[in-house]
Ligand binder design. Sequence first.
Ligand code: A3P
Length: 319
Amino acid sequence: MDKVPLNLSPEEESLLESLEQQNNWDGYPICKFQGFWLPFWLFHPLLCFQRNFKARDTDIMLSSMPKSGTTWMKALLFVIANRNQFPIDQSPLLVNSSHKLVKSLECDYYMEHDNPDLETLPQPRVLSTHLPHQALASSLIDSKCKIVYICRNPLDQFISEQHFFLKNRLWPNATVCPLDESFGMYCDGVHAFGPFCDHLLGYWNASLENPDRVLFLKYEDLKRDSLSEIKKIAEFVGLPFSEEEEKAGLVGEISKLCSFDKLKDLEVNKKGVHYGTITNNSFYRKGGVGDWVNHLTPEMADRMKKLLEAKLTGSGLML
Ligand code: A3P
């Protein structure tokens, strides 16, 4: 595998060495840290984020497992938060990938710099993370910032991620596991940012404890009733639509602008490059609900059903 610079201090190196380690199903090493599996390349950025990030009460934080609808929610949050500055037909989303407009704390900002200057970002800052709730910087937990979490049917999320790994070949000399092996690791919770059930439950429980701080959304609800969900999000982040905006049909316009078909066909998303071998178009595959039936056996689906019953019963969370 090509070497990714980890930028570890001697202390971080010995801490990493002391942790349980495995290979993710994309072939890249992960370590068990603070109760979840973290890719090695994010070890140093995570520590810098936890040490240095200063949350603001006005921040809007998007949290998700990869392949749960992050790209879509970034687009929606950017447009909702900046709608007074940019009319829909002049939205920066028309010429920029949503990952450029809403960057990830651990994969972008703290990957590039140990202590990035986030003070000059326009307010409200819209930021994103794949980290589980228990790994968020304490300043974020202590602030009044808004956390929007999006989850997705784990079978669809798993299939989406397997396709993403196969298409992008993130680690040129690493082998992506065959589907049944990857699925086994996913169900065992051994995968980047997993176990996914703990990821879901961490944010789910936080949303029950602090409903005005954490909004828990489902990809499938957003697909089924985008307009109501968009209104819910805007209200939650403290930027509700006015009567005039609603009458003018702004919610529908935002929904259309951020729809799969619209974004997928934009030049920037058809041709642009995200990082290295990752193309913008790899974030737009099918954009539907239930594609797992085309890839997984009924036995695999049954295994997942039993796993979810065992892990989620009593939590109130239904997937
Ligand atoms: P599929 O692979 O099932 O098509 P993430 O953004 O978290 O990486 O998730 C990617 C998944 O969300 C992919 O799912 C992708 O097609 C889908 N997606 C991207 N943009 C979307 C949009 N605007 N509306 C609905 N789904 C979208």
